[in-house]
Design a protein around this ligand. Structure first.
Ligand SMILES: [Zn+2]
Length: 235
């Protein structure tokens, strides 16, 4: 199957990367798609031009994706200013068709970050349209609507997870890969005195406790027409 993470920013794949590595092990293909260029997420002393900051973030994701055995694409929207517009919708419809997505991971509808919530809404609409023979783009329409799972948001937002994936065997690899987002590891160490290890270990151990293993990732299926499947798709 083709497994696609569609997130606002480079490193937002942290809540589904363990599951994607497990998918890779069973023979699936991985794609990491970001809508924004990540240019507002680099500690800037002195300030970096947007293009230079974007080059750092997209380069880090490229490195991570290659090391995870996958591919990545960036739609290049301005970080912190992502909006649902006709042009973004069309770009996302084409990107979803190009990956031939069977399974999509994306943000939950409620989140601390507006780019994340905009991504959720865009994926809901674009995945449906990508599956219809309307609105032609360079790639043909998908043969069927992809399954869509939402990842856990950061912060104090209730998350009623119903799907759990045991990622115990992939927790270490997941953190090693996420550290390839070097600018983000540095920014978090500076701001919060913590990095990807704690950012992943805490929730993954929490969901592991809930589902009977050491480390797990948790998901809510997107309640969109065609996005819930009557057969298992997660590893
Ligand atoms: Zn983000």
């Amino acid at each position: 199957m083709k497994i696609v993470s569609i997130m606002a920013h480079q490193d937002d794949e942290m809540r589904c990367l363990g599951t994607m590595l497990k998918c890779r092990q069973r023979g699936d293909e991985l794609f990491f798609l970001t809508l924004t260029d990540g240019s507002s997420g680099v500690l800037q002393e002195p300030p970096l031009p947007r293009k230079a900051a974007a080059r750092i973030r997209t380069g880090e994701l490229k490195n991570m994706a290659r090391s995870a055995g996958g591919e990545c694409f960036c739609l290049g929207e301005r970080d912190a200013f992502l909006f649902d517009t006709p042009s973004v919708r069309m770009k996302l419809i084409e990107a979803i068709r190009k990956t031939e997505a069977d399974v999509i991971f994306t943000h939950y509808h409620e989140d601390y970050n507006e780019d994340h919530m905009a991504t959720h809404r865009l994926v809901r609409q674009a995945a449906m349209l990508a599956s219809l023979p309307l609105l032609p783009t360079a790639s043909p329409a998908l043969k069927s609507h992809p399954a869509i799972f939402c990842v856990e948001p950061h912060g104090p937002i209730p998350f009623p997870a119903t799907y759990f994936v045991d990622i115990t065997a992939f927790e270490l690899k997941k953190i090693q890969l996420l550290r390839l987002h070097q600018s983000q590891e540095a920014a978090m160490q500076k701001a919060f005195k913590t990095g990807f290890d704690q950012l992943c270990n805490r929730p993954d151990a929490y969901w592991g406790e809930k589902s009977g293993c050491a480390f797990a990732e948790a998901f809510v299926p997107m309640a969109a027409r065609g996005a819930i499947k009557p057969f298992p798709v997660l590893p």
